[in-house]
Every structure is written in structure tokens, then in C-alpha cells.
Write a protein that binds this ligand. Structure first.
Ligand SMILES: *Cc1c(COP(=O)(O)O)cnc(C)c1O
Length: 439
């Protein structure tokens, strides 16, 4: 009898699954990960991969962290879920209390949802209904950055930059007013773009990724210009939404990017690192003024939004455990060490041949490599950079010709050196790409 070989996990996956942001016809077999430990992901064949991007920006303290696992497992045995309308539970209350204590001043209420996109949807609805409840329904247009990313649901897509990802849905996205990102050197121009908009009677809010635009290619801009944008928006009566889904929980150095501002946001969105990368949970917080605009004897002024798993106790327990680790002095030290090591490599690579730009903010380091004009996210240089990292057993996902490091905070100096060496090797590749990369 012929020997039947069992299909691998990756082959079984390919028969039944549809992966995000993946062209399934041309994608190689996925890497099957069966275990996680610190900054490492361990494949079914035993290969260990260093997670240089915190598994899509979510992991803070390492994979399968024992403290988080302990809290989650205790919670699972105590209360796994309860509906959140008319009912409450200890972890939801405790997490809200603790978040409000560490968020920038002014945030007064916590609304739970499931992920970053839903945290943004809730924020947009809060703003729109805030004006609706006050008899100003004409205020319904958001100002946003042309290259921003706020998620993949329809409202979140609408306030995000338009591009290849949103093209099939473009006619259904609601209208917004775009301004450019005020990158260094363009501040005055962008403030003028904002001023040109601010007379409009239909403006409701301004939504932004504070100091660091992730998906756009780790684009940075200063707290000073953001403060000025916020000052002008608030003077014009707009509500300001800080989307800290990626920047929250220490990524940019301080606990929140907004902690570096003198102007306070009206609404904040959190997810990704909220549970330390353990499970899906979203949070939208707002000021008392916004919350109060929904208080009424008129039931139509209620915020009619909710998800089946709102404030899931297990997710809240993971978030409490992760927050405890994040607030410990040891974690502050880890983030400072990561930032210092990144700064040294940023200084080394800046200006070298093959490197167009280096951007560094807190625990995030991005290198934009030179490439032939007219190439993009879809260029084959991107694929070659990705393959180079994977061949070195390093997980990095270049955004076009931008390669960024966003490692878990527990990443050791030796592990970080592996990541930095990979950037150096990538510079060599960018200088001498395979022929098909020169489109
Ligand atoms: C990832 C991200 C989102 C969307 O979060 P999901 O959990 O992926 O839906 C929203 N805003 C920003 C800034 C993000 O980086």
C-alpha cells in the first residue's frame, strides 16, 4: 500500500482559509506557528522566528506571558462573559477606573467595543450624535489626514486616506475634508490648509493618529504642530479624536502619544496593545461634556451602539494584567532601552547610500529605502525585503519600501541586535535589488 503523507497545517490552511491583506492565488504557504515565547514565534517544524513587529503591533510584553495567562485563566473560571446592558462586572469597572487614571486629563467615560476599527466607529458616532442631540445635525463632516489609517470598517475607511485598499468601496465612503500630514518643513502650509476649511458650517470633528501615522509608513510629525492644529480645531467648535490604537501603551515613549501634547483630545481610541496582544478589545473614551450631551429624558438621545461581546470579562482581565506590566518601572526601562538602541541605529543609517529617510519615535524605528521611481507597496523590492527578513528568521512586514521595527518591549539587546542587523542587510539589498525589483 502506498504511504499516505498527512497534509501539513499550512496545506490544510490553504484548503479552507482566506487570510487578511493576502492575494490568495499567489501567496506562499503561510508559516504555521504553534507556540509563542517572549519575542519568539515557534513554527510547527521547530523554527524560531523573532517577532520584530509585535504581531501586527499588538504584543507588548512577549508572547504567552505567564502573568497575563494567569489572570485570563482565573477570569475564565470565574466569569467568561455577561451581557453589558443592564449588567456590569468587576474587571470592566476596574479597567475603566485604571485607564482613566493614566489617560491624559479630561477623559471621563469608557465605552468598550471589540477592536481598533470599532473603537473608531464608536468615536465617529459619538461626535455625530453629540451634534445631533444638540440640534446641529448639519455638523457632520470630519477633517482627517490624507494618508491616515483608522481601520477597515466603513466609517473608519471613510476617515482614512483613499488608496488601492479603499478603491473598490470608494463610492460608498462618506465625504471628509482632507489635510496633508504636517511633516517637518510643511507645518505652515498644512495649518493654512486647515484654516481654509475651518469656516465651513458642516465640520464636526478632527480625527488623527497622534505624532505617528502607522500604515502610511511610520510618518512622524511634532507635538508642537499637532497642538496648534488642535487649538484651531477646538476654537472652531470641532471635537478632536486621538486615534491611539497603535500609539497607545508606550509605543512612542510616554504612555500615550497624547501625553506629549498640551492640548487635550475630546475622544480617544485604544485597542491593539490594550490587552498586551492577548485578545481583541477596543475602548473609546470621551470627556464629560460629550457624555453629558447624551443624558436626557428623551430616549432618542441614547448612544445606540453595542456589540455582543462588549466589555468581555476575559479581554478586560487580559488588559488589566497587561496594564500592570506596562506601568511597572521595569517596562519603562525596557522602552527607554529600546528607544536608545533605535536612536543609535537611526543615527548610523541616516544619510547612507540606499537609505532615503530614517524615522524614529520611541520604540518604533522606520527606514525608508531608495527604490526606482514609480514603485509602490506592491513593488517587488517590498517582497524581496520581506523574504530577506524571513530567511533570517525575522518577522517584518515592509510597508512598500519602508521597513519598520516595532518589537515587543521585552525584546533583549541581543534580539534587538538581530533586528538592527537585518536593517543593515536590507540596505545592501536595496542597493543591489534583483532585476525584477527595478520596475
Ligand atoms: C490598526 C489600527 C486601527 C484598526 O484597528 P483594528 O483592530 O485592526 O481594527 C485603527 N487605527 C489605527 C491608528 C491603527 O493602527
Amino acid at each position: 500500500m502506498p504511504l499516505q503523507t498527512q497534509p501539513t497545517l499550512a496545506e490544510r490552511d490553504q484548503a479552507v482559509l482566506w487570510h487578511p491583506y493576502t492575494q490568495m492565488q499567489t501567496a506562499p504557504l503561510p508559516v504555521a506557528i504553534v507556540r509563542g515565547e517572549g519575542s519568539w514565534l515557534i513554527a510547527d517544524d521547530g523554527t524560531r522566528y523573532l517577532d520584530g513587529i509585535s504581531s501586527w503591533w499588538v504584543n507588548l510584553h512577549g508572547h504567552s506571558h505567564p502573568h497575563i495567562a494567569q489572570r485570563v485563566s482565573e477570569q475564565l473560571r470565574t466569569l467568561e462573559h455577561v451581557l453589558f446592558a443592564g449588567f456590569t462586572h468587576p474587571t470592566a469597572v476596574e479597567l475603566a477606573e485604571q485607564l482613566l487614571a493614566v489617560l491624559p486629563a479630561g477623559q471621563a467615560r469608557v465605552f468598550y467595543s471589540d477592536n481598533g476599527s470599532t473603537a473608531v466607529e464608536v468615536a465617529l458616532k459619538m461626535v455625530l450624535q453629540y451634534f445631533h442631540n444638540q440640534g446641529q445635525p448639519e455638523r457632520r463632516t470630519f477633517i482627517c489626514f490624507r494618508d491616515s489609517y483608522h481601520g477597515d470598517t466603513f466609517g473608519a475607511m471613510s476617515v482614512s486616506g483613499r488608496g488601492a485598499f479603499t478603491a473598490p468601496f470608494a463610492p460608498l465612503l462618506f465625504d471628509v475634508a482632507f489635510i496633508d500630514v504636517p511633516v517637518p518643513g510643511r507645518e505652515v502650509e498644512v495649518l493654512a490648509q486647515l484654516d481654509a476649511l475651518l469656516g465651513r458650517p458642516d465640520l464636526a470633528g478632527f480625527i488623527f493618529e497622534p505624532l505617528l501615522l502607522g500604515t502610511a509608513g511610520m510618518i512622524t510629525y511634532t507635538p508642537a504642530v499637532l497642538d496648534e492644529l488642535l487649538r484651531r480645531c477646538r476654537a472652531a467648535g470641532l471635537l478632536c479624536i486621538a486615534d491611539e490604537v497603535m500609539t497607545g501603551f508606550g509605543r512612542t515613549g510616554l504612555l500615550f502619544a497624547s501625553s506629549q501634547l498640551s492640548r487635550l483630545p475630546d475622544i480617544m481610541c485604544l485597542s491593539k496593545g490594550l490587552t498586551g496582544g492577548t485578545m481583541a478589545l477596543g475602548v473609546t473614551t470621551c470627556t464629560a461634556a460629550i457624555f453629558d450631551a447624551f443624558l436626557s429624558n428623551d430616549r432618542l438621545k441614547t448612544l445606540f451602539h453595542g456589540h455582543s461581546y462588549t466589555a468581555n470579562p476575559v479581554a478586560c482581565a487580559a488588559a488589566l494584567a497587561s496594564l500592570e506590566l506596562t506601568l511597572a518601572p521595569a517596562c519603562t526601562q525596557q522602552r527607554a532601552d529600546l528607544a536608545a538602541a533605535h536612536a543609535a541605529v537611526a543615527a548610523e543609517l541616516a544619510g547612507q547610500p540606499g537609505v532615503r529617510a530614517v524615522r524614529h519615535l520611541g520604540t518604533v524605528l522606520a527606514v525608508e529605502f531608495e527604490q526606482a521611481a514609480g514603485t509602490s507597496y506592491f513593488s517587488s523590492l517590498r517582497d524581496q525585503l520581506y523574504a530577506l527578513a524571513l530567511a533570517r528568521r525575522v518577522v517584518l512586514r515592509p510597508l512598500g519600501n519602508v521597513v519598520y521595527l516595532m518589537p515587543p518591549y521585552c525584546t533583549t539587546p541581543a534580539e534587538l541586535a538581530l533586528l538592527h542587523d537585518t536593517l543593515r542587510a536590507m540596505r545592501q539589498l536595496a542597493l543591489n535589488p534583483a532585476p525584477d525589483a527595478r520596475i
